[in-house]
Design a protein around this ligand. Structure first.
Ligand code: FAD
Ligand code: UDP
Length: 369
């Protein structure tokens, strides 16, 4: 039996804890917040599951991951079909025939392809160096200006010419009338929210949980007490920023309860224009088709990350990657500690990727003990 300290009760730490506990190891989970589940935490308010840290839609094409998560909740058949509000008009996302029709009046895939080809021809041969070039080469100027540029600059707080190209590749482009945001085979929302999933993962007699406890407040003592440590907080903070700060993007979530049955008719509406300070409004009841007389919405305001703020997004550009590599060179010489999750690995992971990474790490560690 090995003793494990897991720092962080988010999805990574909880999947890892579940696996180790089931295999007979003793696990302590430390969490500095006053609740478990990290950023997938949901809370019931007047019968509505509120996603406290932004909309979380589960999607994967990996059957193993889908079967794994379905042990802990029943998923509904929610399909993410966000809308985008730009300069007084609403468009369908991801970019598809509805979007092309609203923008240009085109009615067939052939007409839409011709329009995009005309706008992307100058960029075809070039290897995109940044997000702006990537967007212009994929969808052309009209879509870039109507639906990407201002949203992206607001979200990341930098010009699109200074952002990595991969961010925009998350958005599909389709020549069909399909508004499904994700291309994955499996998608849904856990009926009753995400917190129950983490509760069940951590409900093993071999697991102890300590809330409101910051590992870094007593780093030396914690390291002495346990055989192995899995750290899912910020890797630069763990090393006291000795190679400088990694860059993150933070967010403010402003929740409002309103006396309407239906505020915006959709779970997610994006706001593109730069003079609107938030990027999205989430109406939570639409994740689970609620028929409550009132509604709860959340506005998502992007903001600069500073020490003490929640680091919601890693900024995976080359400058930060170099800093991260330096921290990893320290981590490689520290066999007691392994870094996991969005912050420990400094990667823009979705939930299914976090689960996959945690399952891989646990099976590697189980086979070596
Ligand atoms: P976290 O959830 O951040 O957990 C880390 C935990 O460690 C936190 O609870 C933190 O408090 C704790 N911690 C950190 N440092 C310490 C310390 N020193 N001591 C003690 N505790 C510590 N993914 C999807 O698949 N679909 C979506 O629709 C989706 N939407 C998203 C929307 C937003 C706004 C954001 C920010 C993310 C979204 N994601 C989505 C991604 C998803 O949230 C992550 O993949 C997942 O939650 C990461 O889990 P994690 O355990 O790595 O990190
Ligand atoms: N994006 C955009 N317009 C939109 C929605 C997204 O330009 O209406 C871009 C933006 O750069 C964003 C990226 O696509 O950072 C990924 O967006 P998504 O909503 O998929 O990611 P999330 O913020 O949920 O991780």
């Amino acid at each position: 039996m090995t003793t494990y300290l897991i720092v962080g009760s988010g999805l990574f730490g909880s999947v890892f804890a579940d696996q180790m506990a089931k295999n007979g190891h003793r696990v302590t989970v430390l969490e500095k917040r006053n609740h478990i589940a990290g950023n997938i935490y949901t809370e019931e308010v007047n019968g509505i599951q509120v996603h406290k840290y932004g909309a979380h839609i589960f999607h994967t094409s990996n059957k193993k991951i889908w079967d794994y998560i379905n042990q802990f909740a029943t998923f509904n058949r929610f399909t993410n079909t966000p809308m985008a509000f730009s300069k007084g008009r609403l468009y369908n996302l991801p970019f598809n025939m509805h979007t092309f029709h609203s923008l240009w009046g085109v009615k067939t895939p052939e007409e839409a392809k011709a329009k995009i080809a005309e706008q992307t021809k100058d960029y075809e041969e070039r290897n995109p160096n940044n997000l702006e070039e990537q967007a212009l080469s994929l969808v052309g100027k009209d879509i870039y200006e109507a639906l990407i540029k201002e949203y992206t600059e607001k979200q990341w707080g930098k010009p699109c010419t200074e952002l990595p190209a991969f961010i925009i590749k998350r958005l599909p482009i389709r020549f069909t009338f399909d508004n499904n945001y994700f291309n994955d085979l499996y998608q849904g929302i856990p009926i009753g929210g995400y917190t129950q999933i983490v509760e069940k993962m951590l409900a093993h007699p071999n697991i102890e949980i300590e809330l409101m406890t910051d590992f870094l407040g007593n780093k030396k003592e914690w390291l002495e007490k346990f055989d192995r440590v899995v750290y899912t907080g910020m890797i630069d903070e763990f090393y006291d920023y000795c190679f400088g700060e990694l860059e993150y993007r933070s967010l403010d979530f402003v929740h409002e309860q309103l006396p309407y049955g239906n505020y915006q008719g959709n779970a997610v509406v994006n706001y593109i224009d730069k003079d609107i300070p938030y990027t999205r409004i989430i109406e939570h009841k639409h994740f689970e088709s609620g028929n409550q007389p009132q509604t709860i919405i959340t506005k998502e305001y992007p903001k600069e990350w500073q020490k003490g703020e929640e680091p919601f997004y890693p900024v995976n550009d080359q400058k930060n990657q170099k800093i991260y590599d330096k921290y990893m060179s320290l981590a490689k010489n520290e066999p007691q500690v392994v870094f996991g999750g969005r912050l420990g690995m400094y990667r823009y992971f979705d939930m299914h990727q976090v689960i996959e990474e945690a399952l891989n790490l646990s099976s590697k560690m189980l086979s070596s003990t």
